[in-house]
Design a protein around this ligand. Structure first.
Ligand code: MN
Ligand code: MN
Length: 315
């Protein structure tokens, strides 16, 4: 055995007991000695349709109790070489979106300043804008792997410039991401205008619409993206609504015809080897997740993201 934090085993303590931390890892009150901080951002005041993502972190943690430390498909042993802990939830201001975004950015400045890789459990997608502001302040403009049914490139929603649907236009305007190294995967659904997506493609964003991915393995596409990004820093933002609502119904703005669970796994696994400087999984809305499968899937995808972080041992 090693000195790194380990999830509590389901053979040592029944899965339905123990701390409600991600995979029942230790909860840390300080960033000292950590390589990776898993944190919750329980926020849903940036959403435009169904609410409920404020309950996302708690429910993802609850479903993560099923997870075991070794990835039997890829050989990844994420807890054998990286010190990980759940650092709890950010104390957002649920009465103010702008104040919440400021709190998120300040918290990320501290995490990144300590040299720790942040892994966020959302929360609605608005959390990713302040995260990218902090990420870019530390690493400069980053490559972005954005898996989502939606491009989230609106200019305004009800006159508001910071919402879950405007994140990547702001990130582009503010120079937080490298547009030619921004990959939007799983985009679909109806639009307000026939050319809704062409403007972002004009900035350089690379679009992978869901209908072009139907019935196709995503490993080769992920490998192509990995080669294209090279060794530059990359942030991965994973909106659970990229999956088809048959697999992930518990989300705020579902769109039919989405990715399958195997495609989601193929894509993340193909990104192994990238210089991932942070990631998030957003838009899980437990009130609409009657089976718990959405939060369970989210917990597994976060685990798969942990498995591709730099420094992970493979066996
Ligand atoms: Mn989104
Ligand atoms: Mn979405």
């Amino acid at each position: 055995m090693n000195d790194f934090n380990q999830p509590i085993s389901g053979n040592d303590l029944a899965r339905f007991s123990g701390p409600n931390t991600f995979m029942r890892l230790p909860q840390a009150s300080s960033l000292d000695g950590l390589d990776v901080a898993i944190l919750g951002v329980p926020m849903d005041i940036g959403t435009s349709w169904r609410s409920g993502t404020r309950f996302g972190p708690k429910q993802i943690r609850a479903e993560s109790a099923m997870l075991r430390p070794y990835n039997m498909a890829t050989g990844a042993a994420p807890f054998d070489s990286l010190q990980m802990a759940d650092v709890g939830d950010l104390a957002i201001n649920t009465f103010s979106l702008s104040d919440s975004l400021r709190i998120i950015q300040d918290s990320y400045d501290a995490i990144l300043g300590a040299g720790v890789i942040p892994v966020a459990l959302g929360g609605d997608h608005a959390i990713t804008l302040p995260i990218l502001r902090a990420i870019a302040a530390k690493h400069g403009p980053v490559a972005l792997v954005h898996v989502d049914a939606h491009a989230d490139v609106n200019d305004e929603m009800f006159g508001e410039r910071e919402t879950h649907g405007t994140v990547f236009r702001r990130a582009h305007e503010e120079g937080l991401i490298v547009p030619e190294k921004t990959y939007q995967i799983g985009i679909r659904g109806t639009g307000y205008a026939a050319d809704d997506f062409t403007e972002a493609q004009g900035w350089g964003f690379q679009h992978f619409p869901a209908h072009e991915l139907w019935h196709r393995p995503l490993g080769p596409i992920g490998a192509e993206i990995r080669r294209d990004i090279g060794d530059r820093p990359v942030y991965v933002t994973y909106d659970i609504d990229s999956l088809d609502p048959a697999f992930a119904p518990g989300t705020g703005t579902p769109e039919i015809g989405g990715l399958t669970t195997p495609q989601a796994l193929e894509l993340i696994r193909a990104l192994r080897g990238l210089n991932v400087v942070g990631c998030d999984l957003v838009e899980v809305s437990p009130p609409y997740d009657t089976s718990g499968n959405t939060a369970l899937t989210a917990a597994n995808l976060i685990y798969e993201l942990l498995c591709i972080l730099p420094g992970v041992t493979y066996r």
